[in-house]
Design a protein around this ligand. Structure first.
Ligand SMILES: Nc1ncnc2c1ncn2[C@@H]1O[C@H](COP(=O)(O)OP(=O)(O)OP(=O)(O)O)[C@@H](O)[C@H]1O
Length: 715
């Protein structure tokens, strides 16, 4: 078994401890084998001839051996504790370090529950083997070997007869081994599936409640619990049978021994003392063999665990460290993408031949439709992935050659998925940044507009964060992560939709902060809200993984291309500072395809019919299959459109954002919604009800006619 080889290799590194351990085992085994043998001498040399001197001599040898055995056992326990403890410590650290080296792809492939099970259950099984099973295996194997030598020396005929009968003991377990392995693998997988369900239930409890998914999650959990029961039972039965069969075989063997042994005594082939010693020693060897067969399920368990841990250790990081990493200089001069092509997998490329050069002090924006590759480009600039083709360099050093520590010092990425550690606010802000002072921390929190909120909490900066920050609002988490990034004083700040979870007032503050930071930082910001990029030095417009336009806001508007279209879509809305009240201009309404051709005066009336709806991240606005009577325009925020496809479940079909609209057919008639619309960020919408709309159309029937014509032509 490869696991045993690993244990041996590890033990070999600690020569003295291993020598003490092996020496102690030899003494223990020699004693346990020699004590039954003493019966032969006691009976034949002391009791039968009634020789007191011989008796005292044998007794003293036995007592001294016993004392030596006790001392050896104590040393053995100590050395084993040290050896196994060290080995497990090394394996845990190795697994942990290896996992840390992995790139994002690895964490997308393996789920949390799966990795936690490997650390907890699999490592636990391996620990049990190193501490208990393996030493036991060594001892029992030695006992059997030495015991057999002794048995042969007492009487070879009886030993051979017994060995022939012993084959019975191995046949049963051998036959059952395959079944036990299958049950064990099934049980481990069922454990993993159930752990993943619990993980989803805990992390996604809001979404589960929001979408009323408790029933389906419960059904899934029940099925998995039942699987655990089934595999658990199979495992139990296979283990029990493997243990019981040898005991039955041992019973038969005892019959053979007494029958054939008696025959040999009658033929003077063995003395009475010799037979008694043989009998006792054989029982002890038999017990050792039984113990060995009991160890088999443990070894199977651990070999599977070992395989699962090995699977992780064999994963090669997608973004490996350079052999001789080059430290980047602490000042930033430029970052460059040179014909970068990249795909998350072999199926498609999410970035195609992307090139750009951004120099010190620039404020650069990546904009474009959802899914066009903006965040992917940012992640490559942060070296979370390496390009499949082309190169990315900072200060003219290829990122693949740059040292990770110097890269992370120079640049910091802030994403939408903010992760906060279960520690105090202070520890979260100062993490891995010992150089930062208390005053700097407060200043960064003030800049990120979170200081006032923190000091209002009863424990202020010592407030403990629980559940990875789940108890904080999305905006609070986002501002904390901005503060954490600012505190690190990076020369290059990469921002991925950092204002998407913020209210308009805070968003304006953060945008102002970004504008101020331009003095001493280079900033690259991914955003879908174009109002915040008007003053950018360069705007790169992404579409289908390519940069299709670039330039300043004005240059791009003049080009009248994709950017100009996106801009048109987003202007014409007005939002109150608190983000609760929105209005829309008539000119903007006139550009909606389904209001085209309606007179401006009537559009002014239509504009007054719209009311403001706000929603939280994860909220469902429109549910597939339900009747709809509202049409929506997104003022700010991101929504996903999901459809329930038979046999496939919910599939995302589109992402809508600022300026997009949905549900317009509801203005005409009562139809069932053909998809579900769910908020991906806090959002503000303008909506109009059919009933309100129809009051107007009753007065001006031409509106309805125009709308009917437009919508029917679009269907
Ligand atoms: N980890 C991933 N594995 C596979 N595909 C991914 C992964 N992350 C993103 N994608 C896909 O890559 C494409 C580009 O995604 P990306 O997030 O870069 O787009 P984006 O322009 O930033 O969109 P958004 O504005 O919605 O965030 C999308 O089709 C997306 O589904």
């Amino acid at each position: 078994m490869p696991f045993i080889k690993t244990i041996l290799r590890h033990f070999a590194q600690y020569k003295l401890l291993s020598a003490i351990f092996i020496g102690s085992i030899f003494i223990e085994i020699a004693y346990s084998v020699a004590s039954p043998l003493s019966l032969k001498y006691l009976v034949d040399e002391a009791f039968m001839p009634k020789d007191l001197h011989a008796f005292i001599f044998i007794l003293s040898v036995l007592l001294s051996g016993g004392l030596l055995n006790i001392c050896a056992s104590a040393f053995g326990d100590y050395s084993l504790g040290k050896l196994s403890g060290e080995m497990i410590r090394k394996m845990r650290s190795e697994l942990f370090d290896h996992m840390q080296k992995q790139s994002l792809r690895f964490y997308q492939r393996f789920k949390v529950g799966d990795l936690v099970t490997r650390f907890a259950a699999d490592m636990g099984a391996m620990e049990k083997v190193v501490r208990i099973t393996y030493p036991f295996l060594m001892k029992e194997t030695l006992s059997v070997t030495l015991g057999l030598v002794m048995l042969f020396s007492i009487n070879w005929k009886l030993t051979l007869a017994m060995l022939a009968g012993s084959s019975l003991m191995f046949i049963g377990p051998k036959l059952l081994q395959g079944r036990a392995e299958a049950a064990n693998t099934g049980y481990k997988e069922a454990q993993e599936h159930f752990a993943n369900t619990i993980d989803e239930m805990v992390k996604g409890h809001k979404t589960i409640k929001g979408l009323h998914l408790q029933g389906s999650i419960r059904d899934r959990a029940r099925k998995q619990i039942n699987e655990l029961l089934t595999f658990g039972f199979k495992l139990h039965m296979a283990g029990a049978l493997i243990e019981r069969l040898p005991l039955t075989a041992l019973l038969i063997l005892n019959g053979i021994m007494i029958g054939f042994g008696g025959y040999l005594i009658f033929n003077d082939d063995i003395t009475v003392g010799g037979f008694m010693a043989f009998f006792t020693l054989f029982l002890s060897v038999g017990q050792s063999v039984t113990n060995l067969s009991v160890l088999i399920p443990n070894l199977i368990d651990s070999s599977i665990s070992f395989r699962r841990v090995k699977e992780i250790l064999e994963q090669q990081p997608d973004v490996p460290d350079a052999e001789n990493p080059v430290p980047l200089s602490s000042s930033f001069t430029s970052i460059q993408m040179d014909r970068v092509t990249f795909g998350y997998n072999d199926e498609a490329n999410q970035l195609k031949e992307v090139s750009m050069r951004i120099t010190e002090g620039m404020y650069v924006a990546f904009v474009g439709p959802s899914g066009s590759g903006k965040s992917t480009a940012l992640q490559l600039l942060s070296r979370f992935y390496d390009p499949n083709q082309g190169a990315i360099s900072i200060n003219d050093c290829d990122l693949r050659q740059a040292s990770e520590a110097s890269l992370r010092k120079l640049s910091t990425l802030v994403t939408q998925d903010t992760f906060l550690f279960n520690a105090s606010i202070r520890d979260n802000l100062l993490i891995n940044n010992e150089a930062a002072t208390e005053a700097e921390m407060i200043e960064a929190a003030k800049q990120a507009r979170i200081h006032d909120t923190i000091v209002n909490w009863s424990d202020g900066y010592d407030t403990q964060i629980h559940h990875e920050g789940g108890s904080l609002s999305g905006g609070e988490r986002q501002r904390l992560s901005i503060a954490r990034a600012l505190l690190r004083k990076p020369k290059l700040l990469l921002l991925d939709e950092v204002t998407s979870a913020l209210d308009p007032a805070t968003e304006a503050d953060i945008n102002e902060l970004i504008a101020q930071s331009r003095k001493d930082k280079t900033i690259i910001s991914v955003t879908h809200r174009l109002a915040s990029v008007v003053h950018a030095d360069v705007i790169y417009v992404f579409k289908d993984g390519r940069i299709i336009e670039s330039g300043t806001h004005q240059e791009l508007l003049d080009q009248k291309g994709e950017y100009a279209n996106l801009w048109e879509k987003q202007i014409g809305f007005h939002l109150s500072h608190d983000g609760l009240h929105a209005t829309v201009d008539v000119n903007r309404l006139a550009k909606l395809p389904f209001f085209q051709g309606i007179e401006t005066a009537l559009l002014s009336d239509i504009a007054t019919l719209f009311s403001t709806d706000t929603c939280k991240e994860g909220e469902v606005i429109v549910r597939e299959g339900e009747e709809g009577n509202k049409c929506y325009i997104i003022v700010r925020g991101k929504f996903e459109i999901v459809k329930n496809i038979p046999d496939k479940g919910e599939i995302r079909v589109a992402v809508l954002q600022d300026g997009d609209h949905f549900g317009e057919i509801a203005l005409l008639r009562n139809t069932l919604r053909n998809a579900t619309v769910k908020a991906l960020s806090p959002a503000v919408l303008l909506s109009v009800r059919r009933e309100a709309f129809h009051q107007l159309t009753a007065e001006y029937p031409q509106i309805l006619q125009t709308l009917q014509q437009t919508l029917l032509s679009r269907m």
